[in-house]
Design a protein around this ligand. Structure first.
Ligand SMILES: C[S@@+](CC[C@H](N)C(=O)[O-])C[C@H]1O[C@@H](n2cnc3c(N)ncnc32)[C@H](O)[C@@H]1O
Length: 260
């Protein structure tokens, strides 16, 4: 059994993904938003690594775009079991239990991505260095993280509330968040939203909205980084052409090419 780096987070995300575990069509739009400007054709025939895969809801799409092979891993064993089940139709997919800090791969994958993981870690730069190490020379390492810019008041509020809710028993938190999720769901459905993220969420089901709110309020560690702080994740690594995209006007996707 792998020793979790932070046992609180490890158990809390495991509960979330054990319960909110279905892969639904809207996740494809969400995934393509997070990896923008990468397109489905960019994954075709590629070897891909998904670091901190959760339920496999991002791993799934490169497989459907005919990636050659996709390896996914997560530190939490319950989560790994969920992802294995969700990806079981693909013989070219494998899901293993590992911590990002322990990745052994060197120069293996054409595309290595980690979505929504690095900002929860205590040693994010060390984790990104491991991702780059696993990437083939000429391949791409991509990371999506929470941004400090955009919806600043809302983030300030959520951060304050999280200080309290991250201490709640996870089952109690799940129940407590439900009425708020319902109100948010009504708000999303009641208006035509122009903001890209709200527009996407207005197509979501109640349980999806609830899983997002719950996900925001459960972790002990959740960093919101500025553009400069996000770019700094790749500083000093053997990469070139570091690029960044302000995703849905509230988060950052940063990617780079591994140097030869
Ligand atoms: C917010 S979830 C994101 C999951 C998935 N990438 C997604 O977008 O659906 C964060 C995930 O990171 C995993 N995680 C946390 N620490 C990790 C570590 N040190 N190594 C690998 N995975 C880790 C958690 O178990 C959890 O599944």
């Amino acid at each position: 059994m792998i020793k979790p780096v932070n046992s609180v987070e490890y158990n809390r995300f495991g509960y979330e993904w054990g319960k909110y575990n279905r892969i639904i069509p809207i996740y494809e739009k969400q995934f393509l938003g997070w990896v923008h400007p990468f397109k489905p054709s960019d994954f075709k025939g590629k070897r891909v690594l998904d670091a901190g895969c959760g339920t496999g809801r991002n791993t799934y799409w490169p497989l459907s775009y005919e990636a050659k092979e996709v390896v996914a891993f997560d530190v939490d064993p319950r989560t790994v079991a969920v992802a294995q089940k969700n990806l079981s139709d693909y013989s070219n997919a494998s899901v293993v239990q590992s911590s990002i800090y322990d990745i052994k791969y060197v120069n293996e994958f054409d595309v290595v991505f980690s979505i929504g993981v690095i900002h929860h870690l205590e040693r994010p730069k060390e984790a990104v260095a491991k991702l780059v190490r696993a990437t083939k020379p000429g391949g791409t390492t991509l990371v999506w993280v929470y941004g400090k810019e955009g919806y600043t008041l809302l983030k300030f509020f959520i951060n304050g509330v999280r200080r309290l809710t991250s201490k709640f028993l996870i089952r109690i938190l799940d129940i407590c968040v439900k009425p708020w999720s319902f109100l948010f769901y009504l708000y999303l459905k009641a208006w035509k939203h122009k903001h890209p993220y709200l527009k996407l969420l207005s197509q979501a089901s109640y349980w999806h909205i609830h899983s997002i709110l719950f996900d925001q309020l459960l972790p002990e560690t959740a960093n919101y980084w500025t553009r400069a702080e996000t770019l700094d994740l790749f500083d000093g690594l053997s990469v070139s052409d570091v690029r960044i995209n302000f995703c849905n006007k509230g988060s950052w996707t940063v990617w780079a090419t591994k140097e030869d």
